[in-house]
Design a binder for this molecule. Structure first.
Ligand code: URP
Ligand code: ZN
Ligand code: ZN
Ligand code: ZN
Length: 501
């Protein structure tokens, strides 16, 4: 049994072009026991039991890391229908070998949420990490944040929207940012003005617009820009790095760019849907089609998509996730008469690499190395697991894909691996395809066939005090800089009189 398993734990990828974020070069890749052993030209398949994979004419890249997913998430009265098994199968078929999922507290209890997600993840078939959402504030939450970092979580998401559900107010956000700084953990924000969104939704609904287009109309880009700017300014005030999840608009992207120009440590993540789809889909006459595209913040107009692609090319935004949170047609249908209760979320875990390649590499905006950076390396660096992940190099985990840039294919729900009955990319054509996926040294996707084992996935702890925290102590600790004014109060007479001017 053991010998048989070992027989196939020695893949060697021969004749390909290795593409890392820093360079491309011709090399073979030898894998042993789940780790990349050697990356150099002319490696012979020396050992018996070595599985040779022909990578000639193809690219050998680090497996994708999706920094933003919601598997089996209870949300808006439904539970996202991809769990850690179907979601992972989909991911691997699309060349993504690790993702970081958002743990939601159970009744605001972080540790109960942690337990719940560990239980869900027992079905895992690939590596995964966790972010933790913070949806309320108390001494208990602050203490539990430390307990969660000790368990291998280095990022906390604060929702500035979903009023009455997940949303925190500015006071809570400030406290959370301060706690993140203390813990060396990365603060993340869902940036939309939740109060204004609630008002916008009511106005649109009262005007008689009840369909999915109401979702787009009720939460305009300005509300995303406002919240992004506010979160950045608050993070600046506290002096802690900030990660803006799912940047969907030019408005939000420009705030990220302005802050980076000021020298603020802010990272901007956009998602596959934002750079490839546009809001017109929410006006589709068939509710079932239109509802598929409902996510928050909303998918915007074509102009926003173009601005986001350019921002990735120009380095204003650093990485692309998916926000994979999938609800099938019957789940979306609960909002048939009220767009406000359509469960929010779209697919992308399987499609992300292909969409980014099509939109940005085939258009000439990104090089293959840039592609690796925005789909894998940047996430590994931001979440402090580089070079274990995010690079094809000796000593790194053997999460590797073989990509054929000349293969054409079309994305369809009929052929995907998600548990969804629809796919927002239905009919989307791509030149370039992941032909092989290797997860921790195992060939799990090859020539259109999946070979995964339920329960074989592994939790990858993300350590605190990552690169974004390096040298932070050299910056002024706080915008409220008492010391700058001598640190002592001005002496004034106690009589209550004052000198006339
Ligand atoms: O619509 C979305 N984005 N659903 C998932 C929850 C979130 O806000 O990330
Ligand atoms: Zn053996
Ligand atoms: Zn969000
Ligand atoms: Zn999300």
């Amino acid at each position: 049994m053991h010998c048989l398993a070992r027989l196939f734990s020695l893949p060697v990828l021969q004749g390909g072009t290795v593409v890392n974020a820093d360079r491309q070069f011709q090399a073979d890749v030898l894998i042993r026991d789940g780790i990349i052993l050697r990356v150099e030209p002319g490696l012979q398949a020396a050992r018996p039991g070595t599985r040779q994979l022909d990578a000639r004419g193809k690219l050998v890249m680090p497996g994708g890391i999706d920094p933003h997913t919601h598997l089996a998430m209870p949300f808006m009265g439904q539970v996202a229908c991809d769990d850690f098994f179907s979601g992972h199968a989909a991911a691997l078929a699309g060349g993504t070998t690790m993702h970081i999922d958002f743990v939601l507290p159970v009744a605001h209890d972080l540790l109960a949420g942690w337990e719940e997600w560990q239980r869900k993840a027992q079905a895992a078939v690939m590596d995964y990490g966790f972010h933790m959402a913070v949806t309320s504030w108390s001494d208990r939450v602050a203490a539990d944040m430390a307990a969660v970092t000790a368990r291998g979580v280095n990022s906390f998401k604060f929702f500035m929207a979903y009023k009455g559900a997940l949303m925190v107010n500015d006071e809570q956000l400030l406290a959370g940012l301060r706690r993140c700084k203390e813990l060396g953990a990365l603060a993340q924000v869902h940036a939309e003005n939740g109060d204004a969104v609630a008002e916008g939704q009511q106005r649109v609904f009262d005007a008689g617009i009840t369909g999915p287009e109401g979702h787009a109309l009720s939460r305009p880009a300005a509300l995303e820009g406002e919240a992004t700017a506010r979160a950045i300014r608050l993070a600046e005030f506290v002096g802690t790095p900030l990660y803006v999840v799912h940047v969907m608009s030019r408005d939000a992207m420009e705030e990220v760019g302005r802050a980076r120009q000021r020298g603020v440590r802010v990272v901007g993540e956009t998602v596959a849907s934002a750079i490839s789809m546009d809001e017109s889909r929410m006006w589709h006459p068939d509710f079932d089609v239109a509802a598929q595209y409902v996510m928050s913040p909303p998918i915007r107009s074509k102009e926003h998509g173009a601005a986001l692609r350019a921002a990735l090319a120009g380095g204003v935004l650093q990485l692309v996730g998916t926000d994979h949170a999938v609800f099938n047609s019957s789940q979306k249908a609960v909002g048939r008469h009220d767009f406000r209760i359509i469960p929010n979320g779209v697919n992308g875990l399987e499609e992300r690499l292909h969409v980014v390649w099509q939109e940005l590499v085939n258009s000439g905006q990104l090089t293959p190395s840039d592609f690796v950076r925005v789909t894998s390396t940047a996430a590994a660096q931001v979440y402090n697991i580089y070079p274990r992940k995010g690079v094809v190099a000796p000593g790194s985990d053997a999460d590797v894909i073989i990509f054929d840039p000349s293969l054409d294919h079309t994305i369809t729900a009929a052929a995907h691996h998600s548990a969804m009955d629809t796919n927002i990319y239905e009919g989307y054509r791509v030149r370039g395809k992941v032909v092989t996926t290797i997860s921790r040294g195992r060939v799990v996707w090859h020539e259109g066939k999946l070979n995964v084992m339920r329960g074989s996935g592994r939790f990858v702890p993300t350590p605190t005090h990552g690169p974004l925290f390096q040298g932070l102590d050299k910056q002024p600790a706080h915008l409220v800089d008492v010391a700058r004014y001598g640190g002592v109060p001005v002496k004034r007479s106690s009589s209550g009189t004052h000198e006339r001017d």
